[in-house]
Design a protein around this ligand. Structure first.
Ligand code: EPU
Length: 429
């Protein structure tokens, strides 16, 4: 078990290079199963979710090797298993993308109910709705989701009841090689949905409309292997932008697509930071005073829920009262209890947090409850006076590549230490 030890107070300055998008790579790695050949995937982030997915691909029979830093060679010519067991599915949600991919490749899949971050109920009814529309016989037993499609998926018209990233990805994967045409309505429009469609189209798929509300897929018989580079991570970029604003710093965030960052840029300007946009980078210069703002998370192109905890941490030191409304998840404010240990003045009522800014946060021992919650604590620790120790940082390392090195290079005082046995913070009943 590791912890981060942060000595707060430094203004973060310099430049940072953003890695490939977690939520794109976790869809594209399972998608290679559909290809039945060799792909080279570039700009792969060095995060633990990638390690789990490459292990899963090998378990299924694929050959997977890093041929360079951030460059994966994946050969899915031979797939010998259609089962993803609990040990591999429990740590990340995206393991269920192997259902859509295996369904499309072999007509059957058996994947353990997925894990991932806990912020309320995470149903999969929309995934099942899509699989069934494509002809799948879906059952859940002993913690496994089993899908059989004798003869392979058949194109269908599907209208999702809720906008879901996961269901859009999974059903797209299942439909790429279906017989006939699939129309998916009320789909998610996130940049990683577009990246997955671009990857599959480069492999020979016929997917139109990704990035809009309606995706139309003409099923194809075969795909071919390609070289493909993952888009930059919108959320990692947004996180370093917030770090600049939160620490009154000055950070050039490189290797980004500024268009993907617009909702974050707008909010950072509202808090008083200066944001300069270039072709593939943004520079954020923080202001000594963080202005209060109101914020509501929404599916893309709204403000991303995956940036809500980072903004929430920053607003704990705003001048005045901010209202943050979570529009996607039921329980994404658990990190606020940890921030209160650092002196934050926050009232949470369901999906609304009322944050009364305080002049000082103070370092404290805290725990990361999930990936972005952990990052919120890192930001708070860097803003705080004194030492913050963050436990359960494995959550953070699921999604942030080389975090400690990148923050240290910007002048932040953070180090990763191993927690000696028997000295972890106790768990409250
Ligand atoms: N939902 C349903 N039924 C379903 C699926 C979803 O009702 O079958 C509901 C959920 O309960 C939620 C809403 O739809 O209220 C949106 O959920 P969605 O399916 O879009 O989320 P997800 O696919 O499970 C992905 C990201 C999350 C991100 C959300 C929202 C990946 C691997 N995960 O999750 O990312 O918060 O979309 O943008 O892409 C993160 O990176 O920290 C993270 C949690």
């Amino acid at each position: 078990m590791d912890k981060y030890v942060i000595n707060g107070g430094a203004r973060l300055r310099g430049s940072v290079t953003i890695d490939g998008a977690k939520n794109a790579v976790v869809a594209i790695l399972p998608a290679t199963v559909l290809v039945g050949g060799r792909c080279v995937i570039e700009n792969v982030p060095n995060i633990s979710d990638v390690t789990v997915l490459t292990t899963t691909l090998r378990e299924l029979g694929a050959k997977v090797d890093f041929i360079d830093s951030g460059v994966l060679e994946i050969d899915t010519t031979n797939i010998s298993s259609c089962t993803v067991p609990y040990e591999l599915a429990r740590s990340l949600r995206a393991s269920y993308y192997f259902i859509g991919a295996l369904m499309g490749r072999t007509g059957q899949a058996s994947v353990s109910m997925p894990g991932g971050c806990h912020f309320g109920v995470r149903p999969i009814d929309q995934h099942i709705k899509g699989f069934e529309a494509l002809g799948g016989d879906v059952s859940i037993s002993s913690g496994m989701i089993n899908v059989q499609v004798p003869g392979g998926p058949r194109g269908a018209h599907i209208r999702f009841d809720v906008v879901s990233v996961g269901a859009t990805v999974n059903v797209m994967l299942a439909a790429v090689k279906a017989q006939g045409v699939t129309v998916m309505e009320n789909v998610a429009k996130e940049p990683h949905i577009v990246d997955l469609a671009n990857f599959l189209n480069a492999c020979g798929a016929d997917i139109r409309g990704a990035g809009t509300d309606v995706i139309k897929i003409h099923g194809v018989d075969m795909l071919r292997g390609v070289d493909y580079s993952i888009i930059p991570d919108q959320i990692e970029a947004g996180t370093y932008m917030v770090l600049a604003a939160a620490t009154c710093g000055d950070i050039l965030v490189k290797n980004v697509i500024p268009k993907h960052l617009e909702s974050i840029t707008d909010k950072l300007r509202e808090v008083g930071a200066k944001v300069e946009e270039y072709d593939d980078s943004v520079r954020v210069i923080g202001s000594p005073v963080i202005e209060k703002i109101n914020l509501k998370t929404m599916p893309h192109p709204g403000f991303p829920t995956d940036m809500q905890p980072q903004m929430g941490a920053m607003l704990c030191r705003a001048a005045g009262t901010s209202v943050v409304t979570e529009g996607v998840w039921d329980g994404r404010f658990r990190y606020m209890d940890e921030l209160k240990r650092m002196g934050a003045n926050v009232t949470v009522d369901g999906k609304i947090a009322i944050i009364e800014g305080v002049s000082t946060l103070t370092g404290a021992p805290v725990k990361a409850t999930d990936l972005r919650a952990g990052m919120a604590l890192v930001i708070a620790g860097l803003m705080a006076e004194g030492v913050t120790e963050i436990e359960d940082v494995e959550h953070v390392e699921r999604g942030y590549s080389c975090l400690v090195q990148k923050i240290r290079a910007l002048g932040g005082d953070i180090e990763k230490q191993t927690i000696p046995d028997g000295t972890r913070i106790g768990t409250a009943l």
